[in-house]
Design a protein around this ligand. Structure first.
Ligand SMILES: Nc1ncnc2c1ncn2[C@@H]1O[C@H](COP(=O)(O)OP(=O)(O)O)[C@@H](O)[C@H]1O
Ligand SMILES: [Mg+2]
Length: 242
């Protein structure tokens, strides 16, 4: 297995607060890893470390051939390979859907406008929103805005996608349409790491579930591990319906 992401013994603190205490896991090409765990267990921090939004004190993180732990890391080059989508969509309200998507390819990759527009239409089709290209974000539902945020990320043609609780702010129906887009991406072979509370989705789509507890990878395995937890902590987490 050629690992796209490899964390080894990662430690991260905020001041005296240890948030990651020796986190290790690997995600192979085309794999979907679902990170689950109680609030405060370090899931978002782990994701942010992968994209060098946080620096680590100890251990190593290798992502798409970049040594993320290296102080000499070329962040721009890393971020060309890694897309990240958060709970909040952060679309520019004064730009149309299409302009929002064209922004990074034209500014960061210096893609000509016509090419960027073509690309925008292509990624919008992948999230089922071709018809909304000319609309402004406020004219879209929350689920549609989140799908635009995903499309915007896809337009940079990343090798790895990170999703941090992208459906947490959405009601169940809109959650479903966003999860469907993510499932299609997974089927298409995208390597993905997603932090999620959607246990059914994790069980169905993830090739690897990573249960984090108190800054550690407490238990990891295929989706079926959720049906037969080995630790009392995972049993209690799954049982709590979260
Ligand atoms: N920038 C920060 N400064 C200080 N503490 C932080 C910061 N980011 C996260 N934390 C703390 O780290 C812990 C883990 O946070 P986080 O990774 O967001 O957990 P999760 O995503 O699993 O809910 C929490 O106690 C949180 O308050
Ligand atoms: Mg979080």
């Amino acid at each position: 297995m050629s690992a796209v992401v490899r964390l080894h013994n990662v430690h991260k603190s905020f001041g005296s607060h240890k948030v990651l205490e020796g986190v290790s896991f690997e995600v192979g090409r085309g794999e979907v890893a679902a990170v689950i765990g109680q609030s405060g267990s370090g899931k978002s921090t782990a994701l942010r470390c992968i994209n060098a939004l946080e620096t680590i004190e100890h251990g190593s993180i290798d992502v798409c051939g970049h040594a993320v732990h290296d102080p000499k890391l070329d962040r721009r080059s890393l971020r060309r390979d890694v897309g990240i989508v958060f709970q909040s969509y952060n679309l520019f309200p004064h730009l149309t859907v299409e302009q929002n998507i064209m922004l990074a390819p034209t500014c960061v990759k210096a893609l000509p406008k016509a090419k960027a527009r073509e690309l925008a239409r292509e990624v919008l089709a992948r999230v089922g929103l071709e018809a909304k290209a000319e609309n402004y974000p406020e004219q879209l539902s929350g689920g549609q805005q989140q799908r635009v945020a995903i499309a915007r990320s896809l337009a940079m043609q990343p090798k790895l996608m990170l999703f941090d609780e992208v459906t947490s702010a959405l009601d169940p129906q809109l959650t479903g349409e966003v999860l469907k887009v993510m499932e299609d991406l997974a089927r298409g072979g995208m390597t993905m790491i997603l932090v999620t509370h959607e246990m059914a989705f994790a069980r169905k789509v993830a090739s690897q579930v990573i249960y984090m507890h108190k800054g550690k990878v407490w238990e990891t395995g295929p989706g079926s591990m959720l049906d037969a937890p080995k630790t009392a902590e995972l049993a209690s987490f799954v049982g709590s319906g979260l």
